[in-house]
Design a protein around this ligand. Structure first.
Ligand SMILES: *Cc1c(COP(=O)(O)O)cnc(C)c1O
Length: 377
C-alpha cells in the first residue's frame, strides 16, 4: 500500500536509485491490530523481517517482544530498548558460543528441535527455558518453512524430557505454519499436536506452560487476505477446542504481517526489449531484482503488486527481470506480469508490500550494485 506519506516523501526527496520506503504509521497500525485481535498472546516481532532500528524502536516502545535468530539480532533488539526478558533466541540452529553470549546478555528463552541442541543449551545456558519446535506441513503457505525446522511431535516429547533431565526448564512447544499463510484455520492441527505433547509430558510430571504459535500472518499482495481479527478468532477457537479451559500462555511471532504492507520499493525501468521480432512478450528490466532485495520472487512464490503511472492504459503480459548479469535474476516469467503497453524506459514503478524480507536479502555489491537503501519515515 503506497500511503500518502510515502508518496509525499518520494515526491519531495526524489531519492536516486532503487529504495525502500517504510511508513511507521502502518507498522503501528499493524501492531495494534495484532494486539487487539489476539489480546491474550504476547507479540514477539520476528526481527529478520525488517531489522531497521527505527522499526525495532517503535515496536519496543509499543510493548512488543522480539524473536531473534542470532546474537546480532539480539543486540539490535536490546539497542532498540527491549530488555533481555522480552527477547527469545528462536533459531533452532545455534553455535554453542552464541548461546553462551546470549545467555551472558540475559536471554533466557531458547528454541530447540533436537537432543543435540538441548545439550548445547544445557552447557552454555544452564537452567534456561526451552521450547521445542514441531514440524508442520506448510500446506496453504505461499512461502513454506516446513522440513528444515522442527521435529515430529513424538520426538518433541523426548527432546523436552531430555531438557528437563539436563536441568533446563521445559517450557513449551512452538511451530510455524508457513509464511504468508492465507488459511485462517491453518493453526488448528499444529495446536492439536501441541496439546498432545503437553499431555505426554504431563504424564511424566513435566508441566509445559507455553505455546509459541509462530508467524505466518500474511500481508496483502495482489489478492485480498483475511483480517487479523479473522486469524485471532480462528486461533482462539482452536485453543479452546484443544486446551479447553486450560489455555496456556501463547506467543505469536509476526514478521511479514507486521511490516510487509508498510513498505514500498521505488524502482525504475532500465530497458524494455524483445528477444526476437516475433517474441510474444516484452522483457521489462528494472533496476532491482532478485539480488537487490526481491529474493522472495524465487520460484515466483511472492507476486508483488507493481504500480506505474500508466496503469489506466491497456495492459499486456510481460517478463520482468532485474539488472544483474545472472540469468537467475528474473522475477516473473512462467506467470507473465501485466504491465501497461505504454510503459517506457526511465519510468518509475512502485513495488508494494515490500516492507518485509527485502533489505536484508539484498546483496552487498553484486555487479557493483549498492545494497537496497531504506528510508524509514
Ligand atoms: C521467520 C520466522 C517468523 C516470522 O514469520 P512470518 O511468516 O514472516 O510472520 C516467526 N517465527 C520464526 C521462528 C521464524 O523463523
Amino acid at each position: 500500500m503506497t500511503t500518502q506519506r510515502i508518496r509525499d516523501f518520494l515526491a519531495t526527496r526524489r531519492p536516486d536509485g532503487p529504495c525502500l520506503v517504510v511508513d511507521l504509521d502502518v507498522v503501528r497500525d499493524n501492531f495494534h491490530a495484532f494486539r487487539h485481535s489476539m489480546p491474550d498472546s504476547a507479540i514477539y516481532y520476528a526481527v529478520k523481517a525488517n531489522p531497521a532500528p527505527e522499526v525495532l524502536r517503535l515496536l519496543a516502545s509499543l510493548g512488543s517482544n522480539f524473536d531473534c535468530a542470532s546474537v546480532a539480532e539480539i543486540e539490535m533488539a536490546l539497542e532498540a530498548g527491549a530488555t533481555a526478558a522480552r527477547i527469545s533466541f528462536g533459531n533452532t540452529i545455534k553455535k554453542e558460543r552464541d548461546i553462551a553470549r546470549a545467555h551472558a546478555l540475559g536471554i533466557n528463552l531458547f528454541a530447540v528441535d533436537s537432543h543435540e541442541e538441548v545439550e548445547k543449551i544445557s552447557r552454555a545456558a544452564p537452567g534456561a527455558r526451552v521450547f521445542c519446535r514441531v514440524l508442520t506441513d506448510g500446506e496453504g503457505a505461499e512461502w513454506p518453512l516446513s522440513r528444515k525446522f522442527g521435529c515430529v511431535p513424538q520426538m518433541a516429547v523426548d527432546v523436552l524430557v531430555y531438557a528437563h533431565q539436563l536441568g533446563l526448564e521445559s517450557y513449551g512447544v512452538s511451530f510455524h505454519v508457513g509464511s504468508q499463510m492465507t488459511k485462517v484455520d491453518a493453526w488448528d492441527s499444529a495446536l492439536a499436536d501441541a496439546k498432545r505433547v503437553f499431555v505426554s509430558l504431563a504424564k511424566q510430571g513435566i508441566h509445559l506452560q507455553m505455546v509459541n504459535m509462530g508467524g505466518g500472518f500474511p500481508t496483502k499482495y495482489l489478492r485480498d487476505i483475511p483480517s487479523a481479527e479473522a486469524y485471532g478468532k480462528a486461533i482462539f477457537a482452536s485453543l479452546r477446542a484443544h486446551f479447553g479451559n486450560q489455555i496456556p500462555h501463547t506467543i505469536i511471532e509476526p514478521g511479514r504481517g507486521m511490516v510487509g504492507n508498510a513498505g514500498v520499493i521505488k524502482a525504475e525501468v532500465v530497458l524494455i526489449s524483445k528477444k526476437s521480432d516475433n517474441d510474444a512478450a516484452r522483457w521489462v528490466f528494472l533496476d532491482i531484482g532478485k539480488f537487490g532485495g526481491l529474493a522472495e520472487t524465487m520460484d515466483e512464490a511472492i507476486r508483488y503488486p507493481i504500480r506505474t503511472e500508466r496503469d489506466s492504459d491497456e495492459m499486456e503480459p510481460c517478463v520482468i527481470a532485474g539488472p544483474t548479469c545472472d540469468s537467475a535474476d528474473v522475477l516473473y516469467e512462467k506467470n507473465l506480469y501485466p504491465l501497461p503497453v505504454t510503459l517506457t524506459i526511465g519510468d518509475e514503478v512502485l513495488i508494494e508490500g515490500t516492507g518485509a524480507y527485502t533489505t536484508t536479502y539484498s546483496a552487498v555489491a553484486f555487479n557493483g550494485f549498492d545494497p537496497l537503501k531504506a528510508y524509514i519515515i
